[in-house]
Design a protein around this ligand. Structure first.
Ligand code: NCD
Ligand code: ZN
Length: 345
């Protein structure tokens, strides 16, 4: 029987939502993951330390009783974010990162940043105190093709930002392109990147070939096959600059299966099984622990989790539900379109 024991993993990019949806999904992340960076794109967004503290309390209250899960909170950067509030949240340990959404880039990003110049005082303060910035790395200019938005963001926003504040620690969230991977590799340790589970598995054909499949639509949108292969190479290389951020982003089915469907893929339930499958395919099972459990904490200056989890190869495919029921409605689980034999536990 094949099995693998690794330090308990963490999820460095997770959407838990609020209310009934939070209640319905949080246990799935808490089962496998020790910690997660919690995205602040609620409606209204988590903009102050006070908001983050109360959101964290709601998450803790929604957890199953026996859970051992530490949500690491983030603030949603706006052009009105106060550098002193950010510094106080960092000092008190209430926030672990700040998230930059270019205004209009993705789900609930209306309050994001339109003019990066306006947030330089906050970013300078963050560089000073060592608080990381998580970046949704896509431009929003309607002139730019959606498949090019990450690459253009690197050239027109990220590189100038790195030049201006080189000490700022930045995580390029959910990189989806060869250019993203190359850019991270061309920098020293101050720049890291998260990679999602689904971007290691699907390319854009999953969304568009043979019919339009909304449950494979997320942002940044999956790219060509060559990009998927570049992401696999980066994730399985052991390079400490790349780590897991599932970007598990639940939306109820009626909001996905409609004329203008929401972006987001729900992978919290089956991520660890899928990653074991992917890493085995790449002959890199020995690198899974680095990607899922070690590189992320190292980037954030935290210790890895003490506990361990085991992944075991079963004879029969693992049965994940096609959808889960939440108080907010049904949520479809990411279907990798192949059988998975790796089970957690
Ligand atoms: C995320 C969401 O639904 O909040 N959607 C997604 O497609 N990943 C937002 C995001 O991270 O871009
Ligand atoms: Zn996200």
């Amino acid at each position: 029987m094949k099995s693998l024991t690794i330090r308990r993993p963490d999820d460095w990019h997770l959407h838990l939502r609020d209310g009934e949806m939070l209640q319905g999904v949080v246990g799935h992340s808490a089962r496998d993951f020790g910690r997660a960076i919690i995205m602040p794109n609620l409606v209204p967004p988590v903009v102050s330390v006070k908001d983050a503290v109360s959101y964290r309390e709601r998450i803790m209250a929604a957890l199953p009783k026996d859970a051992n899960f530490n949500p690491l909170m983030t603030l949603y950067l706006t052009e009105n974010t106060n550098p002193a509030d950010v510094a106080a949240g960092h000092a008190s340990g209430d926030i672990t990162a700040v998230k930059l959404y270019p205004a209009g880039a993705t789900t609930n990003s209306q309050s994001g940043v339109s003019n990066i110049e306006k947030v330089y005082p906050v970013l300078e303060k963050m560089a000073q105190i060592g608080l990381p910035l998580c970046v949704h790395g896509e431009v929003t200019d309607s002139q730019i093709d959606i498949f090019d938005r990450e690459a253009v963001f690197i050239d027109t926003v990220l590189e100038p930002l790195r030049k201006r504040i080189p000490e700022l620690r930045i995580v390029m969230e959910h990189v989806t392109t060869q250019q993203g991977v190359d850019y991270v590799r061309s920098n020293e340790m101050g720049l890291g990147a998260t990679i999602t589970t689904h971007h290691l598995i699907i390319n854009r054909n999953a969304i568009l070939a043979g019919g339009i499949r909304p449950h494979y639509y997320c942002l940044p949108v999956a790219k060509r096959e060559g990009h998927r292969l570049a992401l696999r190479q980066a994730a399985t290389s052991g390079d400490p600059r790349f780590f897991l951020g599932t970007d598990s982003a639940p939306h109820v089915d009626p909001l996905k299966e409609t004329a203008c469907g929401c972006a987001g893929i729900f992978t919290a339930i089956n991520t660890m099984s899928l990653l074991a499958h992917v890493f085995e395919e790449e002959d890199a099972l020995d690198k899974l622990e680095a990607f899922a459990s070690l590189n992320g904490p190292a980037f954030y200056g935290l210790e890895p989790n003490d506990e361990k989890i085991s992944l075991t190869m079963q004879d029969k495919p693992v049965n994940y539900p096609e959808k889960i029921e939440t108080g907010a409605g049904p949520v479809t689980v990411f279907d990798p379109m192949f059988d998975v034999y790796w089970a957690v536990g």
